[in-house]
Each structure stands twice: as C-alpha cells, then as structure tokens.
Design a protein around this ligand. Sequence first.
Ligand code: ADP
Length: 272
Amino acid sequence: MTASRDERRMTNSVCALGIDVGSTTVKMVGVDAEGNLAWHLLEQADPRVEDQVERFLARAPCLSPPLAGGMKGGLPLVATGYGRKLVRPAARQVTEITCHAKGVYRELAHGGTLVDIGGQDSKVIGISPKGDVTDFSMNDKCAAGTGRFLENTANRLGVPLDRMGEVALSASQQVSISSTCTVFAESEVISLIAHGVAVESILRGLHRSLVKRVVAMIRTVGLTPPLMLSGGVAQNQAIPRMLEEETGETVILPRYPQLMGAYGAALMALEM
Ligand code: ADP
C-alpha cells in the first residue's frame, strides 16, 4: 500500500468502523458482524485533518450521513492514531498501542512481542496470551527507527519506496552507516554516493541501522516469541528479514500490517 489512495471492499456487510489518523497516512477499516475485515480506505495524511476525516466518513460504506455520538449512519466508530482527538464523530478515542495489539491479536491469535513501525514513530508492545497489553516502549521523538529515516535517504538514492527493501536485500556488501540521526545520515549517504559506493550497499546499511534501533527498543521491553510486525514499514521485505537475522526469532506478519491500528479500532467499535 504505497499508492496515495488505496480502497478495497471485501464483503457487503459493514457493521462497525475504525479510523487511524497517523502522521503519514490515514486508514479507515470496516468490519462485518464477525469482526472480519470488510472494507478499507487508505490515503496519505492531509494537514487539514478534520477535512480529511469528513471525506473518509463520507466514503465509508453506509446509507446515511454521519451522525453525532460516534455513529456513522448507525455504525459505531472508534478513532486511534496521533490525530485521533480530531475525529469528533468518534464515540471513543483509543491509543494506537491498544488498537494495534487488538488488531494483530485478532489476526494472528498469538501473544508475544509486537513491533509497529510507522512513518514517524515506532513501538514495541508486549501482548499476553489472552491479548492484553503487558508492556510497551515508544519512540516518537526521533526519526531514526521509523519509516521517515528510510524515506528521506532512499529519496536521495532515487529508489522508489516500494523497491527499497528488495534493492537492499540484493546487495552483496553492506556499508556501515554511523549516523543515527536522519539528517546526518542523509549527508552521509550523499558522501558515500560521491565516493562511488553502490546504491544497494548503502540501502542495506540504512536498513540495518533502522533494524538495530528497533532491536534496542525490543530489548527494553523484552522479547517474548513470536515476534510480530505491523505498521507500513512491515511491507518493506528487508525489515522482517533483518529483524530475524538480528534477533534469531521468526517474524510473523498479519495480512494487512498497515491497517492493524484501524482494524483494532473497528473491533472495539463492534464491541460497543
Ligand atoms: P503512520 O500510521 O505513522 O501514519 P504507517 O503505519 O501508515 O504510518 O506507515 C507509513 C510508513 O510506511 C511510511 O514511512 C512509508 O515509507 C512506509 N511504507 C509503506 N508502504 C511501504 C512499502 N511497500 N515499502 C516500504 N515502506 C513502506
């Protein structure tokens, strides 16, 4: 899901809605009466959050216009994500930690350690065998260890977002990126290009650097297998592969990693 808009309808019966207003993308999910993912819409985040939320609600599958009090034409709505407080029609606003854990637990039916890597933050969440959040750690202060770190530097290398992982994995060599700061890493990349270092080796080094940051966070929470991955960056094939190399654990992914926050919110709306 790297397009600026992605929409899909799986079944006709949408009974509850969840919206995840992230810093990079906005996702909305509809679930059927059994809690199966029935519809979704994803767009790049618009700085005019409230207008975008209104557009999403207008597109959501139901017959009547949005109602106050968390109902969209009779459908309950729960909001999550960093902009969740701006979703006025939502009946409840719930943290991304709770929603990602709920969505992933429903999809994978496992307790363990969940890593969510989004556009501008990353989180490690401990989930009990019953699906409760036991512990978490969050980085939202620094772009290192988030999707933004790769996006900025890949831009410099002229590699499209959805090919970054594949190109990084194709490298036979890996350069070491010493800057953990995104801004300095960008300068380091420019200097490496000037010295004729292969793009794929630089990309491999950048991915390794991101994964090492995430592994340091995992250590603060503690790793209880299985290791699960959600968020948009989970769609980058090099990330699960390198997480496996760094931790020695198998990484498992839900079908739609980027939708897990919105899915968890929709499941909560369904329970209301
Ligand atoms: P947020 O919820 O914080 O807005 P998301 O979970 O939607 O963030 O993830 C957005 C990030 O995912 C972006 O940084 C983007 O670069 C990355 N991303 C999305 N799809 C892909 C892909 N196919 N390959 C690599 N990165 C991706």
